[in-house]
Write a protein of this length. Sequence first.
Lengths: 223, 370
Amino acid sequence: MSPTPKPPGVRSLGLVHETAGAAAAEHESVTESELVGRARSGDQEAFGRLMETHLERVWVLVWRVLRHREDTEDVVQEVFLTAWRSLPGFRGEASLATWLGKIAVTRALNHLDRGGVKVSRNAVPIEPGSGDGQRTAGLAREPEDGRPAASPLRVLEARDLGRRLADCLGRLPPAWRAALALRHQDQRAYEEIARALGLALGTVRSRLSRARLALRECVESGT
Amino acid sequence: MSEMDERGHPVDDLSALLDGELETGERDRVESHLAGCSGCRALLEDVRRLDAAVGAEAIPPVPPGLERRIRAGLGARTGGAPEAERSGRATVWRSWRASMPLAAAASLIVAAAIWLLRPVPSEVPRPETPQEQASRPEMSPPEPPVARGDERKKDAGASARAQSDAISRESAPPATRPVPPAAEAAPGQNVASVDKQEPARKSARALESEAPRRLEAAADAAPAPVAPSDTRDRPAMAQVEPLSQSATDSISPRAAAGRVGWPVRIEAPPYDVLLTAEDAMVVSAGSWICRVAIDAADGRRLAALARSAPPGGTVAQLGAAQPSAPQPGATPPRAAQPPPPRPSAADAALSAIRERYRAQIEARCGPLPR
């Protein structure tokens, strides 16, 4: 089931009301294009309107990578100021949302690299290539007789699950979190994620798979 | 591009299967394997569950004033470099502060060496040379331009703070930061907060099944503090009235809708629905849970419906076209509750959305539980 691509601009303007359809999509697309055009020529108000529309989405994306409110605040500012400066070079080949998403993820990962910030401040990170998230992890408890395995995940208390999930997400390698964040935003196709992260398609697929398996193993083990 | 583990299980393909990213041949092969492998089916179900819980995780709302600060930093593009660099400087400043302990130690060593090697010992401190005066700002740098100004303006003495800040950034868990009142928290946290404060109400929530509780817990577990949203800076979709504590108290156990930020939660027995800021809908019922992407307009329509319900009002029955009988063991709605506004319109809208996504939901997660 391939994700259904959305027409550019339909979602991103945030002006869509109850009458979504082809005509509305066209209208919204034009409107965003107009705003981009005006912003490109230095119209701050037009850029402000674009920012109103995209701020929350950028915020969510950056937070999912950094998982730290103050850092997210810094990076989101950077993202929009970078976008403002770089807008003259934006050719509109991708949607504005995609373009901003790419800036957001890049900036967030750079922030982690440059600042030496430990995202999971007190936790041991799950390292790529460690036992966590490797292929064998998924079926380590597979019974020999082929009967359904009782997943510890399913018997976890709700609150434990939430806490463990938050903790484990914080311990994932940031690059894995970035892939997950992009996937969770609009259910982006792997191809789009690959473009945003500058990776090969197979790497994205592998990264998402390992991230999910690592997450599962981490949540189950509770460590 | 198919990967099997050493035991022949297509473990690495399950994630792509979940995302609908397998090509036809690959998908057929994996599905065929799944039909005969309970271990892989269980793994797929676990991954799907976790994926839905991740998607439903509560995200702290955009802080008040952030948009204003960004706007203030824009400046004219041609001459705006100093202003535009503010936010970058905030981060550079943070990195710089992190290195302050080493710099301070190095400076102390140099100062000690100069003192020991001075040519004319004297008890009287000699006046500073212009060079020394010029070098002092390196030890006590000026405050950086304000990016998140309030906190940083308040404390002075950057040099002394540098060490403690660097340490606290490394070690202080986010939970040590102040947490705002429950009434101002995100919707999922609203409901959960009520539970914490009023254990007796838990029984009134008897029809909450496992999956909704899991979702609430996932929402609870957001490690960063949740601040009240500044509706002036938020998109129109999120401009809603904060839910007061009294209003929270009067939410019916049968139907509730969050009113601040995201995710928006709708209890529509037997379903529990979370709308996320990322245009996804997480539907759960009992141990069944499914997350699907939805059109932004549908998300807005559902959120508007949820938010239009009065406290204590029933939003609608998302799962059934006709009103459903009370769940066994569920507390019936209170007699004093006002009737829901335009229930037929809400029912119709929810039914339409349910039907629109039924195929997608069932293709992804199997039949909708009844």
